[in-house]
Design a protein around this ligand. Structure first.
Ligand SMILES: C[S@@+](CC[C@H](N)C(=O)[O-])C[C@H]1O[C@@H](n2cnc3c(N)ncnc32)[C@H](O)[C@@H]1O
Length: 260
């Protein structure tokens, strides 16, 4: 029996609290538009930290074969249920902190959306592991929580919650949902750090922000109940969030690295 994981208690409400929200759907659509730039029907793609399998299912519906992996049994169970009946999705446990040494597959590309990379303290080991499994020219796309999200100090600062307002400025912070005995450490790597750790095997080819004008998920409720504000923020997001120089100020940045 596997160890209980930090995201197990989050799994059952994850789609309600994030995936199916208006903002959650909007920001995911930005990532999915990037995925379609690189991953096409007939490709075999590895997903790291798949959560509830939303992107895996979406890619499979576009003819892409996805091996969807996560460390959390709760998340994997939801992915299996969501993708049941779709032969293009294979669901496997994989802990990014303990990567297996056997090389059993070669992938056309890899992606990891909305934060699994923030559960690691360094990315060099993962980059070397991926280098053995990604075809030359293949893309690794990573959605990473950024270290300077503008919304967080503004929103939580105004509400007097200084600890949350400044949490991304610390080296790492513990994440321990109720019912989990061991916290995991969350880090907020800069774009430069991810780029450097991947550089021995990969070259950065693209970066953009996701959630520059749209807030982090703990503020979705407050914004979604103001439809006019939400519409305005979505329009600003559409116009400006893709500017690479603003990436670090967004909730997440999306970075693409090409196998050399
Ligand atoms: C915020 S969720 C993102 C889920 C999904 N990618 C999405 O787009 O909604 C972060 C995911 O990373 C997974 N994760 C955290 N640490 C991990 C690790 N060491 N190895 C593999 N997955 C991990 C969690 O279980 C969780 O499903």
């Amino acid at each position: 029996m596997s160890q209980p994981q930090a995201f197990d208690p989050v799994a059952s409400a994850y789609d309600t609290n994030f995936t199916h929200t208006q903002i959650g759907q909007y920001v995911r659509s930005i990532v999915q538009s990037r995925l379609t730039q690189h991953f096409t029907s007939g490709n075999h793609i590895l997903e790291l930290g798949c959560g509830t399998g939303e992107d895996a299912l979406w890619l499979a519906e576009h003819g892409v074969h996805v091996t969807a992996t996560d460390v959390s049994e709760g998340m994997l169970a939801t992915t299996r249920a969501k993708c049941a009946g779709n032969p293009l999705v294979q669901v496997n446990p994989l802990d990014l902190r303990h990567l297996p040494t056997n090389v059993t597959a070669s992938y056309d590309g890899v992606f990891s959306n909305f934060g699994p990379m923030n559960c690691l303290a360094e990315w060099r080991t993962l980059a070397a592991w991926l280098a053995q499994r990604v075809k030359k020219g293949g893309i690794v796309g990573l959605g990473v929580m950024s270290p300077f999200c503008l919304w967080e100090p503004l929103w939580h600062g105004v509400h007097g919650n200084w600890r949350t307002a400044t949490r991304r400025w610390r080296k790492s912070i513990p994440f321990q949902p109720e019912g989990v005995s061991e916290p995991i450490q969350i880090t907020y790597p800069a774009i430069k750090r991810i780029t450097n750790d991947f550089t021995p095997h990969f070259q950065r080819v693209f970066v953009r922000g996701i959630g520059l004008f749209l807030p982090p998920s703990d503020v979705y409720g407050a914004v979604e109940k103001r439809p006019q504000l939400l519409k305005r923020l979505m329009s600003l997001e559409h116009r400006f969030a893709s500017w690479p120089k603003l990436s670090l100020l967004a909730d997440h940045y999306w970075i693409e690295l090409e196998r050399k």
